[in-house]
Design a protein around this ligand. Structure first.
Ligand code: ATP
Ligand code: MG
Length: 433
């Protein structure tokens, strides 16, 4: 994309009332716009990042064998009454509205009830199980605290996956596979080294649920970690003896850290299937309630967490897997020949599907470099009279200080024509060796 064709502009200052670092940087760089506290629009660059995160998650969900759907955001009160979750006392984040005839409706905060009802029409016998279903869908929650930028929206995108199994054993097998796929997801989006799977309170159907918590000062939760423990522990259960079940470690050796919940996995037992009548006929022909699980990830929260963790004093530093573009091609005004060569390189990169943002704006080099640092695209490629005289283009990684001049041919060889999301991990991008 040519930068002269991008409507969003960078800005020096974030809105005064914006306190979260992720939102400040994303607003200044033109990724998002603040509509209200906790309510953000995604601009072209922001949508590209969000979609890259969504693609990584979708690939893993499909690999689990889950079916993708899109359920409605307007919800039917009657099914929420059956599970006793309509009242504001049981679910305190509801946004509710009503139809012209007075019928009350809810705005989706989660989707266990509607999906369980849908499954009733499609699950008859044990042969129809297990099933898993997911979506990327907007959730509305009247959050009291909305000071964490896109990490806690009042309107936000969620990936929610639900599973339906014939028995506990089959449920547990799927649950364990989801845990593995979550580990791969957080690895792929660049949060792997800071993300812990934690034991959290399990509700009435399981001893524990599990959360995926990323260590960051901006986190609203506290978790306890231990270098030798296979899992971390959420603050809410840290004083329960059973939180330490299975392993010999001393409670006093755990260290408390701030963290943000980027995902969770939850065993629901038969709470929803019994309340809503989702039963199947077992091999003896006897009706049984399905055993369910639910599994969430907030792609916007993941995006905000990446910004919190990986930015520096100059701006955002995207991991390649989620970056809006792979290359930021910067033209420094010079001879007509330099301009022609830059356009030719841009056309070549685009033809090879190597995602490139081409800074073709009429601006001073210093301003272009500052914008490039703020926007945070992984590779900065500069073309000027000087680089051409030196043999080609100057390449610098966003997270490194040193730049090198290489030929255009060498540059293209470093970026095999590829899908920017799935192949990035395999490619050797070191220029300085
Ligand atoms: P929290 O304790 O942080 O409020 P939650 O327990 O309410 O999270 P879930 O209802 O399980 O979260 O939602 C599933 C996932 O959706 C979370 O793991 C998180 O990644 C994301 N998420 C939850 N609330 C928000 C929000 N307000 N804004 C953005 N993402 C969110
Ligand atoms: Mg919540």
């Amino acid at each position: 994309m040519r930068q002269t064709n991008l409507f969003s502009k960078t800005r020096k200052d974030a809105p005064k009332d914006e306190v979260a670092k992720n939102a400040q940087l994303l607003i200044r760089a033109g990724y998002i716009q603040k509509e209200l506290a906790g309510v953000y629009s995604f601009l072209p660059l922001g949508l590209k990042v969000l979609n890259n995160i969504v693609s990584i998650i979708r690939e893993e969900m499909l690999a689990l064998g889950a079916n993708e759907v899109s359920l409605t955001a307007l919800q039917d009160k009657s099914i929420w009454e059956k599970t006793d979750r309509w009242s504001d006392k049981s679910m305190d984040v509801w946004f509710k509205s009503e139809l012209k005839n007075g019928t009350e409706i809810g705005l989706a905060a989660t989707h266990e009830e509607p999906l369980t009802r849908i499954m009733k029409d499609h699950v008859r016998s044990y042969r129809d199980l297990p099933r898993s279903v997911f979506q990327f869908q907007t959730k509305f929650r009247n959050e009291t605290r909305a000071k964490s930028g896109i990490m806690r929206g009042r309107e936000f995108l969620m990936k929610d996956l639900y599973s339906f199994s014939a028995d506990e054993k089959s449920h547990q097998e799927f649950y364990d596979r989801v845990a593995e796929s979550y580990k791969r997801i957080f690895e792929k989006v660049g949060l792997g080294s800071k993300t812990f799977m934690t034991r959290a309170s399990g509700g009435s159907f399981a001893k524990f649920s599990h959360e995926f918590q990323t260590i960051t000062d901006a986190g609203e939760d506290a978790i306890y970690t231990h270098a030798d423990a296979p899992f971390a522990i959420n603050e809410e259960i840290f004083n329960e003896p059973e939180a330490f079940e299975g392993l010999t470690l001393e409670k006093k050796d755990f260290e408390a850290q701030n963290a943000i919940e980027v995902g969770n996995i939850f065993s629901l037992g038969t709470r929803f299937s019994e309340a809503l009548g989702l039963t199947f006929l077992d091999s003896q022909g006897k009706p049984q309630p399905a055993v369910m699980g639910s599994y969430g990830i907030g792609p916007g929260r993941v995006m905000g967490t990446i910004v919190e963790l990986l930015s520096d004093e100059k701006g955002i530093v995207w991991p390649e897997s989620v970056a809006p573009f792979k290359i930021h091609l910067i033209e420094i005004a010079g001879s007509p020949d330099t301009h022609e060569k830059t356009v030719a390189l841009y056309n070549m990169l685009t033809a090879l599907k190597i995602e490139t943002l081409y800074d073709d704006r009429d601006m001073r080099p210093g301003e272009k470099f500052a914008d490039a640092d703020l926007i945070g695209i992984p590779f900065r490629v500069v073309m000027s009279d000087k680089t051409i005289a030196g043999g080609g283009v100057e390449v610098k990684k966003r997270n490194e200080e040193s730049a090198v001049i290489i030929s255009e041919k060498e540059l293209l060889a470093k970026f095999p024509s590829s899908n920017p999301v799935s192949n990035s991990a395999d490619t050797d991008h070191s220029f300085n060796s």
